[in-house]
Design a protein around this ligand. Structure first.
Ligand code: UD1
Ligand code: PEP
Length: 433
């Protein structure tokens, strides 16, 4: 298994191109199942999760090819043509779904287009139980008959799905996406209430509209969809990855450096900009990107402790909680970090403590008392964002840090080492297989 070696203490200076959003790309790829005509997705990041979704779609019969004629984007993204004219299987097997929870996003599109789907239940995950009950209940309200058998969700809608009002008890991102896609091929009008407002939902809605769907209200807590008998093909550009953006904002801050992040926008993460501003980091929107400048004093980064609570969008994202905690480890004063979305998302805490951090967990909150410096250590994490928080800590730490289980990072960060190394970081991948 590959590892990453970091020698910390170098302030980052340079330009980092931000890729297309993983969490937008995955539902968009699933949306290709809704039409018999090709969907072309541009600015698609090269990530392990995108490959996993491609493998899953491939086993449903979707034919994929790089749309070379459309070239590569300025930030390295590809254009992929997904042709679901012939769906050969409506089953999403356990082996593919367990690798990536977002696989469950094929449920709504397959059911709406084919009248049937058999999708493995994703199972638990390092950051929490993450049930899919809201996806299932919502689809039942659209007329699906659903049974759970042998670990699979077996959904049928022999007479097609019917528009209805569906009120989500919590604004689940995935449930919103599954229902939005299913409703776009349902008969009549669907109103989704208390839905997620994340930018990735807006991106999906815009793609569905380009495919001929009638969708209004995406980005608010109420989305109205007028179902169509069929959708057409379209070409759509995936939005910038706000979590990759926020991660590199924090990389600049934790090293007291200055970076320009291109191909992204502060509008995607205003709450993060505000929190970093309160921590004494200069963050400004510039043409085609964001400039981030860390503060320095006495030869080390100067960061103020700020309390943070994760919330659904437009609040501070849970997917940046671990990275923010790494930053707070070397802040002046204390910071209370509260995780409200997932019940077990502090797996990075013991590893950060092994690097010299002072963190105590009390229920859903972690009290981080800033220390003068972190020290490098061999570390390991069990999920994507926890792993990258250890990379950030390693960039700031004295001495050498080895981050194990790099495959977590490859799920969500394209060319992480080369993007950081281009800004001066001493970071390399040690290939072991
Ligand atoms: C591929 C993708 O886009 N992943 C993101 C998506 O995950 P995902 O779509 O899985 O996250 P949700 O918004 O659905 O989950 C939010 C909360 O709702 C709970 N829940 C969800 C569905 C359900 O049927 N029942 C239920 O109880 C979950 O356990 C969790 O506690 O949004 C999360 C919250 O912003 C992010 O951290 C993930 O990176
Ligand atoms: C939790 C994440 O992803 P997923 O929902 O795919 O597990 C993430 O991107 O941080």
């Amino acid at each position: 298994m590959d590892k990453i070696r970091i020698r910390g203490g170098v302030a980052l200076h340079g330009v980092i191109p931000i890729g297309g959003s993983k969490n937008a790309a995955l539902p968009l790829m699933a949306a290709s199942l809704l039409s018999a005509e090709p969907l072309v997705l541009c600015n698609l990041p090269h990530l392990a999760d995108v490959t996993s979704m491609a493998n899953l779609l491939n086993q449903h019969g979707v034919e994929m090819s790089l749309a070379e004629d459309l070239g590569r984007g300025a930030n390295g993204g590809h254009c992929l043509r997904l042709d679901a004219s012939r769906i050969t299987s409506t089953e999403a097997p356990y082996d593919l779904v367990r690798k990536m929870r977002a696989s469950v996003l094929v449920l709504g599109p397959l059911l709406a287009r084919c009248g049937e789907a058999r999708v493995s239940l994703p199972g638990g995950c390092a950051i929490g139980a993450r049930p899919v009950d809201l996806h299932i209940k919502g689809l039942q309200q659209l007329g699906a008959e659903i049974e759970i058998e042998q670990g699979y969700i077996h959904a049928t809608a022999p007479r097609g799905l019917k528009g209805a009002e569906v009120v989500l008890p919590i604004p689940s991102v995935g449930a919103t996406e599954n229902l939005l896609m299913a409703a776009s091929l349902a008969e009549g009008e669907t109103v989704l209430v208390n839905v997620a407002r994340e930018p990735e939902i807006v991106d999906l809605a815009q793609c569905l509209v380009a495919m001929g769907a009638e969708v209004a209200g995406a980005g608010t807590d109420r989305i109205t969809i007028k179902g169509r008998e069929r959708l057409n093909g379209a070409t759509h550009r995936v939005i910038a990855d706000r979590i990759e953006t926020g991660t590199y904002m924090m990389a600049a801050a934790i090293t007291g450096g200055e970076v320009l992040l291109t191909g992204t926008s502060l509008k995607l993460l205003a709450a993060v900009g505000q929190v970093l501003g309160a921590a004494g980091i200069e963050v400004s929107e510039v043409e085609n990107g964001i400039r981030v400048k860390g503060a320095n004093g006495d030869g080390r980064p100067v960061i103020q402790g700020v309390d943070v609570m994760t919330e659904p969008f437009p609040g501070f994202p849970t997917d940046l909680q671990a990275q923010m905690m790494a930053l707070m480890c070397i802040a002046d004063g204390a910071a209370m970090i509260t995780e409200t979305i997932f019940e077990n998302r502090f797996m990075h805490v013991p590893e950060l403590c092994r690097m010299g951090a002072n963190i105590n967990i009390h229920g859903a909150s972690a009290m981080v008392r800033g220390v003068k410096r972190l020290t490098g250590a061999p570390v390991m994490a069990t999920d994507l964002r926890a792993s990258v928080s250890l990379v950030l800590a390693g960039l700031a730490a004295e001495g050498e840090t080895i981050v194990n289980r790099v495959y977590h990072l490859d799920r969500g960060y394209e060319r992480l080492e080369s993007k950081l190394a281009a800004c001066g970081a001493q970071i390399e991948r040690i290939r072991t297989s």
